[in-house]
Design a protein around this ligand. Structure first.
Ligand code: SF4
Length: 227
């Protein structure tokens, strides 16, 4: 499979935020979100065998733990990725799959925790969420909305209510989008949507969602990759 990078850091998002995690970042994406912070994954990378990826994960984390499969869009390499995720599960790892929600997820092995985006209009990729994926969501999974402005918030709020998402998954995540050119200071001034404003809206509307800040962008320079 085509791999951009494998590294160990802390998990920056989701209900697993703050935990040590090995990231396996696959190359390539078929979407072009306006605020994407992973454009360096669109091209390049290097070929690795399934065994090679497993060996590298094991070197970073020999005694199990958390592994996140991310990208780019990892499900573009589904044929090789599905067996890799199964092997990681069999080896005792907790496996997270971060995916755009545009690819069919029904072949993802049971036991993998899916963290699935529902793209909002401000991403420039609204309407790409595959509605059939709602049926593939399980109680351990998480659905994420990255929000640029009030219109995105209202889209997410209404989508959560219409499809009763809080009953379907472990967590519904509302995440303020980060400016992709953000660098230097590590604070919320880089958020396209002020987290304080977002929280006030969520509380006023009784939205059953969790505020999701990308904590790695507050630990390191937001422009730093591979952390
Ligand atoms: S789906 Fe993810 S990797 Fe692809 S363009 Fe959007 S944010 Fe970037």
């Amino acid at each position: 499979m085509q791999i951009t990078e494998i590294y160990k850091s802390i998990q920056g998002e989701s209900t697993h935020a703050g935990l040590p995690c090995v990231f396996v970042r696959l190359t390539g994406c078929n979407l072009r979100c306006t605020w994407c912070d992973s454009e360096y994954t669109f091209f390049g990378g290097h070929r690795m065998s399934l065994e090679g990826v497993l060996e590298e994960v094991e070197q970073f984390s020999p005694h199990g733990g958390l592994v996140e499969i991310t990208g780019g869009e990892p499900m573009l390499q589904e044929r090789e990725l599905v067996p890799l995720m199964q092997r990681l599960l069999d080896a005792g790892y907790t496996v997270l799959l971060e995916t755009s929600g545009e690819r069919l997820l029904e072949r993802v092995p049971k036991g993998v925790i899916k963290i699935v985006d529902v793209k909002c209009p401000g991403s420039g990729e609204g309407d790409t969420f595959l509605m059939k994926n709602l049926e593939a969501m399980e109680s351990q999974d998480e659905l994420k909305f990255v929000l640029s402005d009030r219109s995105d918030y209202e889209f997410a709020r209404d989508f959560v209510a219409r499809h009763q998402l809080a009953r379907r998954v472990n967590a519904v995540l509302f995440s303020p989008a980060f400016r992709k050119e953000a660098t230097g200071t590590r604070n919320t001034s880089h958020c396209l949507l002020d987290p304080q404003e977002l929280v006030e809206w969520m509380l006023a509307d009784h939205v059953p969602a969790r505020l999701n800040l990308q904590i790695h962008k507050f630990v390191w320079d937001p422009a730093l990759k591979g952390v």
